[in-house]
Design a protein. Structure first.
Length: 186
C-alpha cells in the first residue's frame, strides 16, 4: 500500500517537474526575434540557423590578427553527421568598426543556404574584420550551396562569399575568396 502511494507521489513530482521545465523553455523563447535552434522543437526537421558568437574588431594598430591572409575572406566548417549540424566560421567578415550589434538571418531553399549578416548601425567612419561563428541545424548529408551576404558586399559589384560544399566527402574544410578592397586591402 505504501509503495503505491510512493510511486504515485514520484509520478506527480515528475509531471510537475516536466511542466515547470516546459513553461521555463517556452517563456525563455517567447521574446526571440531570430529563429534560434535552442527555441526550436528538437524533434522538428526544419532547417534552422543561429549566430553563436563573434570576435571583436581584429584590426589593431594596422595589423589584422588572423591565421588567414588579411586579403582573404574565408569560411571554415565542420559537419557533425550524428547530429545533422554544420558549424561555420566566417573568417574576416567585413563590418563597420562600431556595428553596435552583429546579427544574421537565414534562408533555406532545397540545397541552398543563404546567410544575411547585419549590423545594427554603422556608427564609425571605418570598417573592420571580424570572425563570426554559426550553427546550421537539421542539414542532412549532401552537397550544399552556401552564400553569405554581409554589409560590405552587395552581391553585384562586391560579390557575396559563395561556395559549394559536400558535407559527406569533406566533413571539415576551408573555402577562401580574395578581396581586393578595403577593409581587406588597407
Amino acid at each position: 500500500m505504501k509503495t503505491m502511494k510512493k510511486e504515485k507521489f514520484v509520478s506527480i513530482l515528475g509531471a510537475i517537474f516536466l511542466t515547470f521545465i516546459g513553461i521555463f523553455l517556452t517563456q525563455s523563447c517567447t521574446n526571440k526575434t531570430e529563429k534560434d535552434p535552442v527555441c526550436t522543437d528538437p524533434f522538428a526537421f526544419e532547417k534552422a540557423g543561429r549566430l553563436i558568437n563573434h570576435t571583436e574588431c581584429k584590426n589593431t594598430g594596422g595589423i589584422i590578427e588572423t591565421f588567414t591572409s588579411k586579403t582573404d575572406e574565408c569560411i571554415t566548417f565542420i559537419y557533425y553527421a550524428n547530429y545533422n549540424i554544420l558549424q561555420l566560421s566566417h573568417i574576416n567578415a567585413g563590418f563597420n568598426c562600431c556595428p553596435k550589434k552583429i546579427s544574421a538571418s537565414y534562408k533555406f531553399t532545397n540545397d541552398t543556404v543563404k546567410i544575411f549578416e547585419k549590423q545594427a548601425e554603422a556608427g564609425c567612419k571605418c570598417e573592420c574584420l571580424y570572425d563570426v561563428n554559426y550553427e546550421l541545424r537539421n542539414l542532412s548529408p549532401g552537397v550544399y550551396h552556401i552564400e553569405i551576404f554581409g554589409p560590405l558586399t552587395d552581391g553585384k559589384n562586391k560579390p557575396q562569399l559563395a561556395f559549394d560544399i559536400d558535407i559527406v566527402k569533406h566533413a571539415d574544410s576551408t573555402f577562401c575568396m580574395y578581396r581586393g578592397f578595403y577593409p581587406w586591402m588597407e
